[in-house]
Design a protein around this ligand. Structure first.
Ligand code: XMP
Length: 515
């Protein structure tokens, strides 16, 4: 049964290739990324309704530029070339590409000259995201301009009779206004796809793939963090191979209040996973004694985590795979393209940061996906709602929210304060709307007065941010009454705190976590 239409994306090495695939998926059309080298006959066999040629770092004037099988242009399948993709179209079909006088990087105003087909229902000008040095100076025969910018006369071109389109800008990135409409127009107006593909199909396929990869005898080990990514991975693998999945949850002593208990309940009792909880809190706290430098904290925690995990994993027999909740933004090298230098600023650690020398093969079923897609999968797998909507929590836990020394006493103070933040944010029905809301314990004391007595106690900072993917973030304009309740409750109920302040910094230039 032909249950889905397929659009193939020929990858020329762009950092946005997955983003194109995601935009197609969002429109309920199945998409598959293949190498730009795939022969035309193989492409034909897959019966795609459309082809998208991605961007890429090369120039058609390089010595050996990556070029597709030229016969793809004779298959009669609609083609959309993006950035390097449009230059490929020109090069193959007899146009001319040249290094532009003015390079265009970033937001560029685009003037639409033809608002049919690809640009149907778009306004006369939109803001588009460009990132190119070369551009089309002569179109191939039969092509016309569909849009221009001030320095690129052929910012969009087409041969409508042959259904071949080319865009110098990137419709797949969020910075291009109505970019999704352009992708939608290509899929439905040009390729005539039917929107039939759903996330469920991807889940089913991934589970089948896991079963086929792991085989009938081998075991898989998975480090659970309690967060959504590793939970979804565990749930998928559990569906595929049942009790042959062994999950390890390490309590590093840096978790929030009742977190370890909840993990045992959800994963052990509710999901019935083969789960081992390791209480390593003493080891971690011992190693952290006297460590105040943020990077050193992260390093110590990361290394200790690996040691504990390895010790546990070694005692398991027949394990061949290590499952990780790696997501696409963790994989893409140039995440900083949109101004998110996170990966270079902090040594991020999560259960994904395990060493290659564990000699286990990796199983990473989410590595092509984005966080919100993982939430959809979690829904499809019927994971509990409170897990699906859980705000992200960093691998190094509360240690990077306690500035300075991490001691059991300071952990207790922060746990109590944090619990009140979460409770009040939930009461105000803001929890699911906010990317993260949490408390930070500062390394200073201030003077206060309680019941006629002078106090000299700790300061807690409240941090609430909105973000799409953690790469950039805005501080949340919390209603004053919510702030007031949080402050009152923390100061009145948490021993050792006499002041609460609100963090009004965005990322960049700040980061979400304080360390
Ligand atoms: P920053 O502080 O870099 O955080 O702006 C961006 C997002 O990443 C989370 N974060 C981490 N997550 N391991 C993780 O799994 C880490 O080491 C780590 N450090 C930060 C942070 O909570 C925010 O959502």
């Amino acid at each position: 049964m032909a249950s889905k239409d397929t659009v193939l994306i020929l990858d020329f090495g762009s950092q946005y290739t997955q983003l194109i695939a995601r935009r197609v998926r969002e429109n309920k059309v199945f998409s598959k990324i293949i190498s730009y080298k795939t022969p035309a006959e193989e492409i034909k066999k897959l019966k795609p309704k459309g082809l998208i040629l991605s961007g890429g770092p090369a120039s058609v004037y390089d010595k050996k530029p990556p070029m597709p099988d030229k016969r793809i242009f004779k298959l009669g399948i609609p083609i959309l070339g993006i950035c390097y993709g449009v230059q490929v179209i020109c090069e193959v079909l007899g146009g001319k590409v040249k290094s532009s006088k003015a390079h265009e990087y970033g937001k560029t105003e685009l003037f639409i000259d033809d608002n049919t087909t690809l640009f149907y229902s778009l306004p006369a000008n939109i803001s588009s995201w460009m990132s190119h040095a070369d551009s089309v100076v002569k179109m191939p025969a039969g092509f016309k301009t569909m849009a221009h910018s001030l320095s690129t006369p052929n910012a969009a071109i087409s041969n409508k009779a042959k259904k071949i389109f080319g865009l110098q800008f990137h419709p797949e990135v969020a910075h291009t206004q109505r970019g999704n409409q352009i992708v939608n127009n290509f899929l439905f107006r040009v390729c005539r796809c039917a929107p039939r593909w759903v996330m469920h199909s991807l889940v089913k396929k991934s589970i089948d793939d896991i079963r086929a990869t792991v085989g009938k005898k081998k075991m898989v080990v998975c480090g659970l963090s309690g967060g959504i990514d590793s939970s979804v991975v565990a749930a998928m693998i559990h569906r595929a191979i049942g009790r042959r999945l062994k999950c390890i949850f390490i309590d590093n002593g840096l978790l929030r209040k009742n977190e370890a208990k909840q993990v045992r309940k959800v994963f052990g009792e509710y999901m019935r996973l083969n789960l081992t909880v390791v209480d390593a809190s003493k080891r971690f706290l011992h190693k952290l004694k006297g460590v105040t430098d943020p990077e050193l904290k992260r390093k110590v925690i990361g290394e200790e985590f690996i040691k504990v995990f390895e010790e546990k994993a070694k005692s398991l027999k027949n394990v061949e795979y290590l499952a990780q909740g790696t997501l696409y933004p963790d994989v893409v090298e140039s995440v900083s393209a949109f101004g998110g230098p996170t990966a270079k600023i902090k040594s991020h650690h999560n259960v994904g940061g395990l060493p290659a020398n564990m000699k286990l093969k990796l199983l990473e079923p989410l590595r092509d996906l984005f966080k919100d897609e993982v939430r959809l999968i979690a829904k499809d797998l019927k994971l509990p709602d409170n897990l699906i909507h859980r705000q992200p929590f960093p691998g190094p836990g509360l240690a990077i929210r306690i500035l300075g020394d991490v001691t059991p006493e300071r952990l207790d103070i922060l746990r109590e304060a944090d619990e009140r933040v979460i409770e009040e944010i939930q009461k105000a029905r803001l929890y699911e709307q906010i990317w993260q809301s949490f408390a930070v314990l500062l390394p200073i004391k201030t003077v206060g007065v309680m019941g006629d007595e002078r106090t000299y106690e700790n300061v807690v900072a409240l941090r609430c941010v909105n973000s799409l993917d953690g790469m950039t973030a805005d501080w949340v304009k919390l209603p004053y009454d919510v702030m007031e309740k949080i402050s009152l409750r923390i100061i009145n109920e948490v021993k050792g705190v006499n002041r609460v302040v609100y963090d009004i910094s965005s990322k960049p230039p700040s980061t979400i976590e304080w360390e």
